[in-house]
Design a protein around this ligand. Structure first.
Ligand code: PMP
Length: 403
């Protein structure tokens, strides 16, 4: 039987990189090895107690019916009030739609903004699901490279040069996964200016908004003339260590909301009301666990970055935000996959070859900071040992990067 051509458009390039991860999981489960997984970005910390309590109470109260299609009003109002007070830019419930995680938010937003014949500009490397989300919409993805020598910040001239009459959407992600780059005010202003000048939508993935360290996170929605053309997508997954809550939101002009209603109606028909109730404390209060999370990632980046500074022929790219750091292994002469495979075999540490996020990350590995400090310290020591082993030290003729 034949599937629709859509199946080809959703078969992204990220899958090869995840092979190492699945091998590592198997190694741990089947072979009982002490494997340290630094591949996925699944927070290791416990969820905030107030959220769990609110969720359980809601279940006991029998809140298991259908919720509103675009989310319950009290949750939309809570997101709106939080955004308005954090940014100083007006936001009402009419601007907010609740979705099952930022991923669903990006997917839905894109279906409304672009279609066949349209172009969506995205810097590369990019988060692994983006390509397929553009693929589903039928639009064409236009990539602009982020270079290691610019610390993976965009070349704004190249971004402007990529705009054509077919461009409909400029899509940004700051703090950025996988590079950890946090855009500064001037960069955000220039990007916003391009959107106004060329009448483009700006899609802003702000899922790591609470994990910006090097400089404050700035949402482009707050800039003059941008609220009407910016779609912000975010969630509680990273800020509150609850990816399993699948609770996120889309913020945009009020005209967006009825279209999202129609899309969600034919897709998920709204989310689980008891989880919405569990999410409320995170949106109406500053929960102490959220502040701790932020400190955890920053401290862990420093800790592991410090250890990896001793990894022979490797270079650490410290994050400006988020929960990952990058390890540049080009100096070893091994490809990212070769390094990852060798490290898994010899040291039982799993890192993600980052070229799955885009060719500009050839020779880089993404290292997740979602393990307790002592496990990270142990992983760091194993990586340093592997980098100094004969397997990873380049023979003189092979010193050039191969991927
Ligand atoms: N965007 C980026 C950049 C991400 O890293 C992730 C999750 N890793 C998502 C979106 C999806 O997040 P959520 O759990 O809210 O769907």
């Amino acid at each position: 039987m034949r599937f629709s051509p859509l199946v080809d458009r959703i078969a992204g390039r990220g899958s090869a990189a995840w092979r190492i991860h699945f091998e590592a999981v198997q190694r741990r489960g089947r072979d009982g090895k002490d494997v340290i997984l630094l591949t996925v970005g699944d927070p290791d910390q416990k969820p905030p107690a107030a959220m769990v309590e609110a969720l359980v109470t809601s279940l006991h109260q029998g809140h298991t019916g259908y919720a509103g299609i675009v989310g319950p009003m009290k949750l939309r109002e809570a997101v709106a009030a939080r955004v308005a007070s954090r940014t100083g830019t007006p936001c009402t419930a009419e601007n907010v739609v609740i979705v099952p995680g930022a991923q669903a938010g990006l997917f839905c937003a894109l279906q409304l903004l672009a279609g066949p014949g349209d172009e969506v500009i995205l810097a590369e490397p990019m988060y692994a699901t983006y390509e397929a989300a553009v693929g589903v919409s039928g639009a064409t993805l236009v990539n602009v490279p982020l270079k290691p020598e610019n610390r993976f910040h965009p070349d704004l001239g190249a971004l402007a040069a990529a705009i054509t009459p077919r461009t409909r959407v400029l899509w940004i992600n700051s703090p950025h996964n996988p590079t950890g780059a946090v855009l500064d005010r001037q960069e955000i202003e220039t990007i916003a200016g391009l959107c106004r000048q060329h009448d483009l939508w700006l899609l802003s993935d702000e899922v790591y908004e609470d994990l910006a360290y090097a400089r404050p996170h700035i949402s482009p929605r707050t800039l003059p003339g941008m609220a009407e053309r910016t779609i912000v997508v975010s969630s509680l997954s990273k800020s509150h260590a609850v990816p399993g809550f699948r609770t996120g939101w889309i913020i945009g002009p009020a005209a967006m909301t009825p279209h999202l209603f129609n899309l969600i109606l034919c897709m998920t028909y709204g989310g689980p009301p008891f989880i919405h109730d569990g999410a409320l404390p995170a949106l109406t209060r500053d929960l102490p666990e959220a502040a701790t999370l932020r400190e955890d990632y920053q401290r862990r980046a420093k800790l592991l970055g410090g250890t990896l500074a001793d990894a022979k022929n490797c270079r650490v790219v410290m994050p400006e935000g988020g929960m990952f750091l990058l390890l540049d292994v080009r100096g070893t002469g091994l490809s990212a996959t070769e390094f990852a495979r060798g490290l898994l075999e010899a040291g039982n540490v799993a890192l993600l070859p980052a070229d799955g996020f885009g060719p500009s990350l050839a020779g880089h590995l993404r290292v997740s900071l979602t393990q307790p400090d002592e496990r990270l310290a142990e992983a760091g020591a194993r990586i340093v040992r592997y980098a100094a082993s004969p397997q990873a030290v380049p023979a003189p003729a092979e010193a050039a990067p191969r991927d």
